[in-house]
Design a protein around this ligand. Structure first.
Ligand SMILES: [Zn+2]
Length: 69
């Protein structure tokens, strides 16, 4: 058997970009990794609970400016 050749890295998927919140794409907070804040962690959790988890295509949340620690 021959091992399949590793393909060269192309554009990394957003959800795999380290250091970025998987919800809104902002820099992560180590306390809420892989999210930037508790708010985004809650958003992700609710998506899971609803059974409709979908990775956004880089769409930022409409409400901003209230997630400072
Ligand atoms: Zn976020």
């Amino acid at each position: 058997m021959v091992k399949p050749a590793r393909e060269p890295a192309r554009e990394p998927p957003a959800e795999k970009a380290k250091g970025r919140c998987v919800v809104c794409g902002r820099p992560r907070d180590p306390k809420y990794d892989p999210f930037c804040s508790k708010r985004c962690a809650d958003i992700d959790l609710h998506r899971w609970l609803k059974g409709g988890y979908v990775i956004p295509g880089g769409k930022p949340p409409s409400t901003e400016g209230e997630e400072e620690p």
